[in-house]
Structure formats: C-alpha cells, structure tokens
Design a protein around this ligand. Structure first.
Ligand code: GAR
Length: 224
C-alpha cells in the first residue's frame, strides 16, 4: 500500500532527500504529502519545493504551549492527507497530542546505536567516548527522547582519529539507506510492535537480498 507521508525537518534535510530519491526511483512506495519544518531557514524546505512537494514552516516559538504546537502540526499534516510521519532531523520532542494522532505511525532516525548516545549530539558523544563502532537507528517514536521500539540499526567502524564530524559523515551515508528501507516496511504493513520489540514480517514476494558490504545491516533489501 502507498504510504501517505509527512516528513518533519529542522535543518539540512539530507535524510528527506534520500526519501524523495527512493520515492522517485520507485523503490519506496510513498507519496510525500507534506514537508514541515520548525525553523524558517531549514534547507529541507527548499529541497521539498524543488521536487514540487508542499512545504510549510511552523515556528515552535510562536506557540506558547508545546501541545498547541503539536496540535497545529497534526492539523496541517491531516489537511495534506498524510497519516504517517517521518522525523528526519526534527530537533524537537513531540507530545502525546501528536503521537495519539498517528498511533504506531511516527518514526525517527538517530545517528547512534540506541540506547547508546541519545540526544542532539549522538555522533560527537560516541566519537568522544572512544567507541569502536557506532551507527544509526530507526525507531518508532514514543514519549521519551530517542527511545521507542527499534526497527533497524546499521553499524559503521569508529576510529581514534574520529571526531563527531568524521564519524557523523560515515553514519549519515547509512542513514540515507536505512530510513527509506524502514519506511518501505511500514508502507508494506510488515512492522508489528510487540512490547519493546518490532517484528518484521517476511517480504510478500522475493526473499531478503544479500548486501555486498558486511558492515551494513543484513536485513536491507534490494534497492536500499
Ligand atoms: C541526522 O544525522 C539525524 O540522524 C539527526 O539529525 C541529522 C539530520 O540530518 N537526528 C538526531 O540527532 C535526532 N536525535 P539531515 O537534516 O541532513 O537529515
């Protein structure tokens, strides 16, 4: 089934771009109904416009109460016909007002292997800690920050010479593959939440493709 998707951004929107590209390539079965930003300078808004996707900025500072901001986002998202949401570098917590409007249909991507290094500097925190591996996580969103059930993770090596920027660049390349993959699973109705765990139903037709590079999560399917 085609996913009617809203993508929420705060900045560059390179994850948004990877989603747009996979939709246009025909491997992600989604229509991006709306791109919504909470900062007027978010480059993701420009990316949306270049692809003819409706783009709206709602500045959270204009809303004195967090729930009012969320209620307005819900209104706009519904108005544009979306019923699933991808947070893609959206640097703001959402409240139950938002989550209750799209139950089980709000996803987030985080640039670390959760539950390690949540927060706004996941890449830098992992590099500073001196880990040997890091990566990214796509998960269902719940009320806590970077916390809900994990859908997919992918791993990259981390080196002593790394800082947040160099490690972050390596991670971002994987983010651009795993997020569209997770969204395709949502589109296919293959994700079932069982408590903290997410069970992925088998692909409707072909089996899981083998990916060449061993560092990538082996559940990535062909095209991602
Ligand atoms: C991405 O690395 C994303 O994982 C991260 O923000 C970046 C946005 O980049 N999100 C978080 O840190 C959430 N806690 P983008 O705007 O180029 O997609």
């Amino acid at each position: 089934m085609t996913l009617d998707l809203a993508v929420l951004v705060s900045g560059s929107g390179s994850n948004l771009q990877s989603i747009i590209d996979r939709v246009e390539a025909g491997v992600l079965d989604a229509r991006i109904r709306l791109v919504l930003a909470n900062r007027p300078g978010a480059y993701g808004l420009e990316r949306a416009k270049k692809h003819g996707i409706p783009a709206v900025c709602l500045e959270h500072g204009d809303f004195p109460v967090r729930e009012e901001f969320d209620a307005e986002m819900v209104r706009r998202i519904r108005e544009h016909g979306a019923d699933a949401v991808a947070l893609a570098g959206f640097m703001r917590m959402v409240t139950p007002v938002f989550l209750g409007a799209f139950p089980g249909r709000v996803l987030n991507i985080h640039p670390a292997l959760l539950p390690a290094f949540p927060g706004v500097h996941g890449q830098r925190d992992a590099a500073d800690y001196g880990v040997r591996f890091s990566g990214c996580t796509v998960h269902f969103v719940d009320e806590k920050m970077d916390h809900g059930p994990v859908i997919i993770q992918a791993v990259v090596p981390a080196y002593a010479e790394d800082d947040g920027d160099s490690l972050g660049e390596r991670i971002l390349a994987l983010e651009h593959r795993v997020y569209p993959q997770a969204l395709q699973w949502l589109a296919q109705g293959r994700l079932e939440i069982r408590g903290r765990k997410v069970v992925l139903a088998p692909a409707p037709s072909a089996g899981v493709a083998t990916v060449g590079d061993g560092m990538v999560n082996p559940s990535l399917e062909s095209g991602f």
